[in-house]
Write a new protein. Structure first.
Length: 85
């Protein structure tokens, strides 16, 4: 792990966030029953990106994940978003 690695990971995380943001626009075109799981995945994967940052990009010695309580919280929020967007 060095500064070049951290810069690369920071760039890739911002790139992923950009793609997630762009993907939000397309979710409304999915069938209504597919929107909820897609919103849930999108929100949880964003959480993994945040976890990677919190680990200071050290994905070799640590596991980046979203804990169970956050998942429990995010699932109904994603359902509500899927119903309104």
């Amino acid at each position: 792990m060095n500064s070049q690695w951290k810069q690369l990971k920071a760039f890739q995380l911002e790139r992923a966030r950009s793609w997630f943001e762009r993907a939000e626009e397309g979710i409304r075109w999915l069938s209504p029953d597919a929107r909820w799981p897609v919103w849930t995945s999108l929100r949880l994967y964003r959480g993994i990106l945040n976890a990677i940052e919190q680990l200071d990009y050290d994905v070799f010695n640590n596991r980046a994940y979203v804990n169970q309580w956050v998942k429990i919280f995010e699932i109904p929020i994603s359902y509500l978003i899927a119903q309104t967007k």
